[in-house]
Ligand binder design. Structure first.
Ligand code: NAD
Length: 481
């Protein structure tokens, strides 16, 4: 019998009690569902927060070295199960198996890196004006933190939220995307096996509209860390505003890659296709606008189209260059945007539909448009599929103006061999992550990650040396005893 217990509350795996049915499909072979189960209801969401609250004092009081040891153990367990975790990830999300292996391996690395926060998230000793007063700061856990994650990096994203929150002494409720509950369940099982006590990590799998508000507005919730679309993030910002608790929202993107005439065009074309089609374009940092100087537009466009046409497409388990979109709905959205771009007058150079002879999975061709204008919807709205729009510009200033001409501000890249241009770009572009001669995608965990404008609440960035700041209060102490 298939396991349908996806809710983990206070150390017990139980069935959801709502009428929402969650069905997991392999996006490459969606006809036969992998599993179907009831989502959590509102009482279960609230019970998960209650359990986290009850476990809070004990977890916060545990010696930092003991919390750190549990997280190291979790990392070892992730690594020991790398192959089967990667298979689970590919079966429910669709990405190529080598990408899944990379993501699982990164999850282990994340747990190791942030495990150290248990001992390293320190305060400061500050010189005092008064010799009889000792002045210093300490960092204390927020308490109960709700972690909400999307489906596109379904083990890495929960891992960096969980690892930092747990290391710094918080208890959590994790709500993963309903597209990818299987990998979330396995991650939570591994944490429990590693010795995370009952109630410290709770898992609620349910529809955002049923459980979401209960997980963010419950009076015991002390913070919310959300990654997902800007629409959902904005909704959560509004719902928690009344309580004024810390909230971190990392949201959508419409990321530009600028190419100047002095650039290495082969490298730029490689980055543009890697950035737009890697992960089937389903990355918040995906390259969606290729902003190219008119002098090199023709040559670059040829190189981009050649690379797009060379990509292999297929089921993730066959390890192609590009797997399917995650769901039928996402793929329909991709195809709708392609029609919108055509209607707006953009010229389709390659792709634009489902690949021939691949009617069953949610497959889509790598798609490149030229003749894109900055005010077109294809240049303004996040598509979240392998669709690249080429925008020609006359000079550097126009390139920056177009790059900034969107509501989003997550990542941006420039290809140039001129240091003056690259320096000016890093200063002028409105993006939280800026690359010079690199793809808009990809990040290193020791570097902070997060956006600007509609891409982020910009409170505290995730990852990096100071990710723990979001998960901790800084208390300022004056002691004259
Ligand atoms: P989504 O906004 O639809 O869902 C994200 C999560 O929010 C899911 O777990 C969902 O169930 C939950 N949710 C939905 N309604 C809710 C509510 N009312 N209250 C609480 N939670 C609710 O996003 P998605 O489709 O899963 O992911 C794709 C989006 O995520 C894209 O826009 C992408 O750019 C963005 N993303 C951003 C980053 C980043 O770091 N900036 C990283 C990855 C993905």
């Amino acid at each position: 019998m298939r396991d349908t217990t996806y809710q983990y509350i206070d150390g017990s795996w139980i069935e959801g009690e709502s009428n929402d049915e969650i069905t997991v499909r392999n996006p490459a072979e969606p006809d036969e569902p992998i599993v179907s189960f009831p989502g959590a209801d509102q009482e279960q969401a609230r019970a998960a927060v209650d359990a986290a609250e009850a476990a809070s004092d004990q977890w916060a009081a545990m010696a930092p070295a003991d919390r750190e040891a549990i997280l190291y153990d979790a990392a070892d367990r992730i690594e020991a199960q790398l192959d089967s975790l990667a298979e689970t990830l590919t079966r429910e999300e669709g990405k190529p198996i080598s990408s899944s292996r990379g993501e699982v391996s990164r999850a282990a690395e994340i747990f190791r890196f942030f495990a150290n926060d248990a001992r390293n998230a320190t305060g400061d000793t500050v010189p005092s004006n008064d010799p009889d007063t000792f002045t210093y700061t300490i960092r204390e856990p927020l308490g109960v933190v709700t972690l909400i994650s999307p489906w596109n990096f379904p083990i890495a994203t929960p891992s960096w939220k969980l690892a930092t929150a747990l290391a710094t002494g918080n208890t959590v409720v994790l709500k993963p995307s309903s597209e990818t509950p299987m990998i979330a369940k396995r991650l939570v099982e591994l944490l429990a096996d590693a010795g995370v006590p009952d109630g410290v990590v709770n898992l609620v799998v349910g529809s955002g509209s049923t459980v979401g508000d209960h997980l963010t507005t419950h009076e015991a919730v002390d913070g919310v860390s959300f990654t997902g679309s800007t629409g959902t993030g904005r909704h959560i910002q509004k719902t928690v505003a009344d309580r004024g608790i810390p909230i971190q929202t990392e949201m959508g993107g419409k990321n530009p890659l600028v190419v100047l005439p002095d650039a290495d065009l082969e490298a730029a074309a490689e980055a543009a296709i890697g950035g737009s089609c890697g992960g089937t374009g389903q990355a918040c940092t995906a390259t969606s606008r290729l902003i190219v100087h008119e002098d090199v537009a023709a040559e670059l466009t040829d190189a981009v189209v050649e690379r797009a046409n060379a990509l292999s497409i297929g089921p993730g388990m066959n390890d192609p260059d590009m797997g399917p979109a995650v769901s039928a709905a996402e793929n329909e959205t991709n195809l709708e945007y392609i029609e919108i771009a055509k209607e707006e007058g953009a010229t389709l150079l390659t792709g634009g539909g489902r690949p021939e002879d691949m009617e069953t999975g949610y497959f889509i061709e790598p798609t490149v448009f030229t003749g894109v204008e900055s005010d077109m919807r294809i240049a303004q709205e996040e598509v979240f599929g392998p669709v690249l729009g080429i925008i020609e510009v006359a000079d550097f200033d126009e390139a920056v103006e177009v790059a900034n001409d969107v509501t989003y501000g997550l990542s941006a890249s420039i290809f140039t061999s001129d240091m003056t241009s690259s320096r000016a770009f890093t200063r002028q572009v409105e993006a939280g992550v800026v690359k010079v001669n690199g793809t808009t995608t990809g990040s290193q965990i020791q570097m902070p990650f997060g956006g600007m404008k509609a891409s982020s609440s910009e409170t505290h960035k995730e990852m990096g040396q100071r990710a723990h700041e979001f998960y901790t209060h800084e208390k300022v102490i004056y002691r004259s005893d």
